[in-house]
Design a protein around this ligand. Sequence first.
Ligand SMILES: C[S@@+](CC[C@H](N)C(=O)[O-])C[C@H]1O[C@@H](n2cnc3c(N)ncnc32)[C@H](O)[C@@H]1O
Length: 322
Amino acid sequence: MLVHSIPTNAGYDFASDVRAGLTRPDQKELPSKYLYDDVGSALFEVISHLPEYGLTRADERLLRRHAKEIVERVPGPVAVAELGSGSGKKTRWLLEAFCRRQRTSYYPVEISHAALVMCERELSDIDAISIVGFEREYLDGLLEVAAYRKPGQHLCVLFLGSTIGNFDRAAGVDFLAEVRSILQPDDSLLLGTDLEKSGSQLLQAYDDELGVTAAFNLNLLARVNRELAADFALDHFEHTARINSEARSVEMHLVSKRHQVVSIPMAEVVVEFQEGETIWTESSHKYSSDEIFDTARKAGFRCEVQWIDEQWPFAENLLIAE
Ligand SMILES: C[S@@+](CC[C@H](N)C(=O)[O-])C[C@H]1O[C@@H](n2cnc3c(N)ncnc32)[C@H](O)[C@@H]1O
């Protein structure tokens, strides 16, 4: 077992993204990737255990049940890259199956340092694995992983947990096409997608009774306070989840409870909020099982197999690069 980390080269600028997002003339927004600092990554782990949030358990059930078949369908020798691995807990089922077949290199790509550390710790005891973590954005990390590829080696990319849903549908296709452009024919992409379900089930999943998702969302303002010396009063904002029927998504917002002015010195901006005005922090688009075949095709893949969970509508899709 070898564990090694490639540290961040921060290809993004938190301060300028915060300034751009909060000075938008219409809907203020903050990119969802910034939800995952050390606190946010820890809170997301807790969310994945909440009874209301069945998504992670559905993903894990499918991976556990079908790991052997997935690995048999992925031609070897193979290196495995995971985009946004989080703690990597449910990836264990796949990696153990890959490592039973051959010694396997695993490359988690994570924007969150804390998630990458959790992931490396979680999976390092697997026999015949070597782990090289990249603290990078998805495509930057994947490009570097592809440069490690040995002659004749296939790449299997994992994009689990329905993180694809954070992109709107068109941007999701564009993103998958970018992934495809880094791959070679017959490389594979295992894509987890949360499927459409009732509005009430979604609202509970994204606004749980304990308030963990609310804390996860509000932590974004706390992060702006910590890292950019801002003066957000957290109790002047509240978390809300909203269904966007047209987009077939659930959105997380932070609602300003009053008229207020917030100063963010390190982003060189002062922001005024009206009472009821929101900051849009995340969207999670939900898919129909059929449309994934079309999404895959538009991005240069074919969807070879789809497995659907019986308890929580969620699909694991094995895409092969054409
Ligand atoms: C919804 S969580 C899913 C985690 C895990 N894959 C799962 O299924 O439980 C998304 C993960 O992607 C990471 N992430 C978000 N945006 C990213 C980006 N642009 N580049 C790399 N990682 C990102 C986050 O830090 C977080 O760990």
